[in-house]
Design a protein around this ligand. Structure first.
Ligand code: C2E
Ligand code: MG
Ligand code: MG
Ligand code: MG
Length: 304
């Protein structure tokens, strides 16, 4: 049957209309129901190690296929959830879904022997989850998160919480305290969309981040713009100087991937590698589907 680029079924209605959805059409009740009934699902986008091309992990990205309005993007419903005071509930639902998915991933591959290597790797890859500033203060949420991890047999070091630069820098004093406690539980922290906010370099150095993610606005324009390349190189140098992994999002061409590799970027994410995918599409991407012939399958196994 027909699927869109993420391998999900198209919405019954609304998907065809190019009209933007006015926010006032989405009520608090609507969104609450969507969260409670798990209408908010996740797409997963891989992140690879630039140097080895090995799969490093996935980022979970929230998706909402509204029954009447069609797909609503996270850039729209995340701010709405914050506005309606539903963000903690949404974050928890995302976390539980993502953890369950990660725990089951090695088992959901075909039973064929060739995948043993891949299955082993899937027990080690990381999972990145986006966290809103307001959820950061919810210590109970992260306490429960640590418990979920334990009950599902997932080491907390495999989870990376992505915080946007502005969110982490909002209140650096309380951030230091909260982020340090999260890091002490084992979770890793990443600064998302770096280069778009206003960071104090000193605060950045003091906060317990593991990764810095270069905003896609620079990466997407790297091939055409010398200024973007200068910004990217500077962020990589800054990140490495502070002992952080550097990651680039929004890589849309092999040329840009090659460029990032050549200047020492550690991790890469973007449409040139794979789009965010529904769980079934991830399995296809990992094991079959496009890999119907033996030679291409071997190529992917080598590259993973
Ligand atoms: P983000 O965390 O910076 O995620 C990267 C965005 O870039 C995603 O958009 C992804 O689909 C898109 N992207 C990835 N590769 C490429 C590429 O090569 N080219 C281009 N043009 N775009 C690419 P998406 O999924 O629409 O998410 C938008 C934002 O919504 C995310 O930005 C994140 O800030 C937020 N978000 C998504 N899911 C969640 C969630 O569960 N919780 C919270 N708090 N925020 C979320
Ligand atoms: Mg992110
Ligand atoms: Mg980002
Ligand atoms: Mg973003």
């Amino acid at each position: 049957h027909e699927t869109n680029s993420e391998g999900t079924a198209p919405a019954m209605a609304g998907a065809m209309s190019a009209e933007p959805i006015p926010q006032d059409k989405i009520s608090r009740e609507d969104l609450l129901q969507a969260i409670e009934q798990q209408q908010i699902t996740l797409a997963y986008q891989p992140k690879i190690n630039c140097r080895t091309s090995l799969l490093a992990g996935f980022e979970a990205l929230a998706r909402w296929n509204h029954p009447a309005l069609g797909p609503v993007g996270p850039d729209r419903f995340i701010p709405l959830a914050e506005h309606y005071g539903l963000i903690d509930q949404l974050t928890e639902s995302v976390m539980i879904q993502a953890l369950r998915w990660l725990a089951h991933l090695p088992r959901s591959l075909d039973e064929s022997v060739e995948y043993d290597y891949l299955r082993r790797r899937l027990r080690e890859i990381t999972l990145s989850i986006n966290i809103s500033a307001s959820s950061l203060n919810n210590t109970d949420l992260f306490e429960r998160m640590a418990e979920y991890c334990q009950s599902m047999g997932i080491h907390p070091e495999r989870l990376i919480f992505e915080l946007t630069e502005s969110c982490a820098m909002e209140d650096p004093t309380s951030s230091l305290d909260i982020l340090t406690r999260l890091r002490m539980k084992g979770f890793h922290l990443s600064i998302d969309d770096f280069g778009t906010g206003y960071s104090s370099m000193l605060q950045l150095a003091r906060l317990p981040f593991s990764e810095i993610k270069i905003d896609k606005s620079f990466v997407m324009t790297a091939a055409a713009s010398k200024e973007s390349r200068t910004v990217i190189k500077t962020i990589i140098e800054l990140g490495h100087g502070l002992g952080l992994y550097t990651s680039a999002e929004g890589i849309e061409s092999d040329e840009t991937l090659e460029y990032l590799r050549s200047i020492g970027c550690d991790l890469a994410q973007g449409y040139a590698i794979a789009r965010p995918m529904a769980p079934e599409a991830v399995l296809q991407w990992l094991s079959g589907g496009r890999l119907s012939d033996e030679s291409s399958r071997m190529k992917v196994l080598r590259s993973l």
